[in-house]
Design a protein around this ligand. Structure first.
Ligand SMILES: Cc1ncc(COP(=O)(O)O)c(C=O)c1O
Length: 423
């Protein structure tokens, strides 16, 4: 056998060996061979089911994590798949990352699209919500004098991106102030529509406001905006895999989300959505040779990033699907109401979150006479409960965000702690 033939055989064997080592179904988010996801029907009671979900995470006995809104932990199966891919990549990074793991990209994209309720051709895999939303904010063709409606409760990274465009390109930001505690959808829609002028091109909507957990009526605002040919950028960082909705139904033009919050995918994963017919007009931040192409993949020319994290997203999706968005969304709301109802009548306790029908997992609570950081510190020092202080635009409280692995004992401890601090 000549040298080049021998070399070819060796390479072919290597690729076959590598491919057969990998269970490709994992990319599509399916389970390891022989492991079926459990469902509620497999348990005697709903409480048993949620306890099993809790056991699926590596919950710490050192701290009670009630800041899942910041970033969420991954179920053990996701950690395992991530570590498996990571170890494999460390045996030959460029080979296993670019030639093997990357084969899973389209399956992950398809699964994300199914979850988001859109086409796979409309989804780009990103590293976080900031990257996805900045891609839109900096990629839009806007001219001097064009107006963009933003609010006092948009996330700082997004505010800063719009502010930079204002400084650099002369677009005009129209700021609206959302009063705390408004529950009336029509009043909220009116706040946005009253700010529209003939120059308005974009409305930026933070679907769930991170400071307070308030849900904005994004679909209703989008409908009004589209009547005037105004486009919607949706910050779905807190709504994706938390609320039961689809991008198509909501009818946003562009959206960005993290996957390491409510989907519990590996840290440093996110997703960009752009309506198919609008892709060509958005400039990528990291261009390919065809920056004006109509292909969503032009937004994935990021250079080297964590392929193990991206590919383990498939496993996070299958875990999420085994619960189902409807059940998950209801459970998250139940957990919020469980603790809120036990403290809300205390005269010194004040909520910054609308607590009516439209609420979700997130709630922000303050105690009269105390700074948010004092409440946060007391809960952590005495009970190991981790929350986050929010001081922003009239809010002075701690944000509490349980997740599917949180149980009522965790929340009972929070309730006792809050009542103790409030006196
Ligand atoms: C509303 C909102 N948008 C965007 C982001 C940014 O998310 P990431 O850190 O994944 O970029 C956050 C993060 O908390 C957020 O709360």
């Amino acid at each position: 056998m000549n040298t080049s033939r021998r070399k070819f055989m060796r390479n072919a064997g290597l690729s076959l060996g590598a491919v057969s080592m990998l269970d490709f179904s994992l990319f599509a988010g399916q389970n390891e061979a022989g492991m079926q996801p459990k469902t509620l029907q497999d348990f005697d009671s709903e409480a048993d089911y949620w306890e099993w979900i809790r056991q699926s995470y590596t919950v710490s006995s050192n701290i009670t994590n009630l800041n899942n809104g910041g970033v969420s932990p991954q179920p053990k199966v996701v950690q395992d798949v991530f570590e498996q891919y990571n170890r494999m990549c460390n045996e030959g990074p460029s080979y296993y990352m670019w030639r093997i793991l990357d084969k899973g990209r389209e399956a992950v994209r398809q699964n994300l699209a199914d979850l988001a309720g859109c086409l796979p051709e409309e989804i780009a895999i990103q590293r976080n919500a900031t990257e996805a939303l900045d891609t839109i904010i900096f990629g839009l063709n806007l001219e001097k004098g064009d107006e963009v409606i933003v609010t006092n409760y948009d996330y700082p990274n997004m505010r800063n991106a719009w502010l930079q465009r204002e400084k650099r390109d002369g677009i005009k930001l129209i700021w609206i102030s959302i009063p705390l505690g408004v529950e009336d959808d029509d009043a909220l829609v009116k706040l946005f529509t009253d700010a529209i002028t003939s120059k308005t091109k974009i409305i930026h909507i933070t679907h769930i406001i991170n400071w307070t957990g308030q849900i904005l009526p994004a679909k209703k605002i989008a409908a009004k905006a589209h009547e005037k040919n105004i486009e919607i950028v949706l910050d779905a960082a807190h709504s994706f895999a938390h609320l039961d909705f689809s991008f198509k139904d909501l009818d946003c033009d562009y959206a960005g989300t993290s996957l390491h919050k409510w989907l519990c995918a590996p840290f440093g994963t996110g997703m960009l959505y752009i309506k198919k017919e609008k892709i060509a007009a958005i400039w990528p931040i990291f261009p390919t040779d065809k920056p004006d192409s109509a292909e969503i993949k032009k937004f994935e020319a990021l250079g080297t990033r964590s392929f193990p994290a991206e590919m383990a997203v498939g496993r996070a999706i299958s875990f999420h699907n085994s619960i189902g968005i409807k059940r998950k969304s209801e459970r998250l709301k139940f957990l919020q109401q469980y603790w809120v109802n036990k403290v809300k009548d205390h005269p010194k306790i004040k909520f910054y979150t609308p607590l009516g029908a439209g609420s979700c997992a997130i709630a922000t609570v303050g105690i009269e006479g105390l700074q948010a950081s004092e409440i946060e510190n007391k809960l952590f020092e005495k009970r190991g409960i981790h929350t986050v202080s929010i001081i922003w635009e009239g809010v002075n409280g701690i944000r509490v965000t349980p997740h599917v692995y949180t149980n009522t004992n965790d929340l009972d401890s929070l309730v006792e702690g809050l009542l103790e601090i409030a006196g």
